[in-house]
Design a protein around this ligand. Structure first.
Ligand code: IMP
Length: 425
């Protein structure tokens, strides 16, 4: 039995939902450690697409216990809608979903501040999901955030809310020229939420560590991806949490010595949503073609994703920062019809070859990818059930990815269904 972190090794949307869903079949506990409803994990069951934003996709396997850890920021409105949605699909939630009493809440003013600020930034906006993620984490680190435990006591909640609303209303009115928010309504809404959430609140740190002590199979699920990490991503075009492996320890209260495997999920090419550098991005026409082939539209916002060739520099960095033990490659089949496929092995900047991702935004924006070209396989990979059943050109493409990223591949996905998966070990 082991503890595995599954995380995105690109800019998010790598297909983690499907991988977590598959591995959950053998898991006792599935836990999320950061982000919030900005994530959209898509799972296809019996031809039906199910998108989850806050509840771990493990909930779709009846025997797993699911945790939303202290590092996650929770939007109660979306969470309760999701609980109802999952129940309506016939899955039991009560007694299987546990929410950390230390997790912070996304409040209505966080969402309003997120969208208002983005609108005010114009062309230099981040391109956030508008779910209030950044402002909620700002309050957490500013030590004025409201946590799930605060819901347990009406007067604590009212006192904290009043203080927050006073300052947020000033910002909204004086800086953004917006109407102030109704304090009493917010208190009532959140007390109502407390009534519903109570059954799910638990000391999830104890729960997960006890599961590890009992040698249960534990999956720790990241949202977003390494290049959106607040420390290591394409700052400031990042999310406000640590999707990288270290975030799993702090976002759940699990010590690093207890982790056995770190599985990095990557697409066989690259995508990102929102603004910010992406060195291998295609020019518009080919990007449109790839977007159609891969159905590359955001699961949370429906925004078209930017597409590009596989960037081995990015994934090599992800392997280092996260200590990846394995890679899971998704959407290989999207490349089936392409006569030529490229991999970015390094960058060129002002005549210099760079093998590592630079920190400077202005350099990131001017990087010229150094490509090597691979012949396509021009046939369907969707029915392959083993590595040997893949066409030789696909196998050599995958071997090269593994070599360039210095990470063994343990799983390959060739379609959205659970059955369209090749396990390497
Ligand atoms: P935020 O997380 O909503 O603040 O958005 C910050 C950046 O992260 C934006 O570029 C978003 O498009 C991106 N982002 C946030 N969540 C996801 C995700 O689940 N997949 C891909 N990109 C995301």
């Amino acid at each position: 039995m082991s503890v595995t972190i599954i995380l995105g090794a690109q800019w998010g949307d790598e297909g983690k939902g499907k991988i977590v869903d598959l591995l959950s079949a053998k898991a006792d506990v599935v836990a999320r450690y950061q982000g919030g409803p900005n994530a959209g994990h898509t799972v296809v069951i019996d031809e039906e697409e199910i998108v989850l934003h806050q509840i771990p996709s493990g909930i779709l396997h009846p025997h797993t216990r699911c945790i939303i850890g202290n590092g996650v920021v929770i939007d109660p409105v979306i969470l309760m809608e999701e609980v109802d949605f999952v129940k309506s699909k016939g899955f039991q939630v009560d007694g299987r979903l546990f929410i950390s009493h230390r997790a912070h809440l996304i409040m209505p003013y966080h969402k309003l501040l997120d969208t208002t600020r983005e609108a005010a930034e114009g062309a230099s906006k981040i391109g956030t999901t508008g779910r209030g993620i950044g402002p909620a984490y700002v309050d957490k680190f500013d030590r004025c955030g409201i946590r799930i435990v605060d819901l347990l006591d009406r007067s604590t909640l009212a006192e904290k809310l009043l203080k927050n609303l006073e300052s947020k209303n000033k910002v909204l009115q004086r800086i953004y020229d917006r109407d102030s928010m109704d304090t009493e309504k917010i208190i009532q809404d959140y007390l109502e939420f407390d009534r519903r959430i109570d059954a799910y609140v638990k000391d999830t740190t104890l729960l997960i560590n006890r599961a590890i002590d009992a040698s249960e199979e534990v999956l720790i699920e990241g949202a977003q991806g390494t290049m959106l990490d607040i420390d290591f991503g394409t700052y400031p075009y990042v999310t406000s949490s640590n999707p990288t492996a270290g975030g799993a320890c702090t976002g759940l209260g699990v010590g690093p010595t207890r982790i056995d495997r770190v599985l990095g999920v990557v697409k066989a090419y690259t995508t990102r949503v929102g603004m910010g550098p992406m060195p291998t991005e295609f020019d518009t026409e080919f990007g449109d073609q790839m977007r159609q082939l891969g159905g590359e539209y955001g699961a949370t916002t429906g925004r078209p994703r930017r597409c590009g060739w596989f960037d081995a520099v990015v994934v090599r960095m992800a392997a280092m920062i996260n200590g990846l033990t394995h890679l899971a490659i998704t959407k290989l089949d999207v490349l089936d019809t392409l006569p030529e496929i490229k991999i970015c092995t390094a960058y060129r900047y002002q005549g210099r070859v760079m093998e590592h991702y630079p920190a400077e935004l202005w350099i990131q924006e001017q990087l010229e990818p150094v490509y090597e070209s691979h012949p396509g396989w021009l046939c369907s990979t969707q029915e392959a059930h083993s590595f040997d059943e893949l066409p030789e050109n696909a196998r050599s493409y995958l071997r090269r990815i593994s070599e360039l990223t210095r990470t063994p591949i343990s799983l390959i996905s060739v379609g959205s269904k659970r059955s369209q998966t090749i396990f390497m070990e």
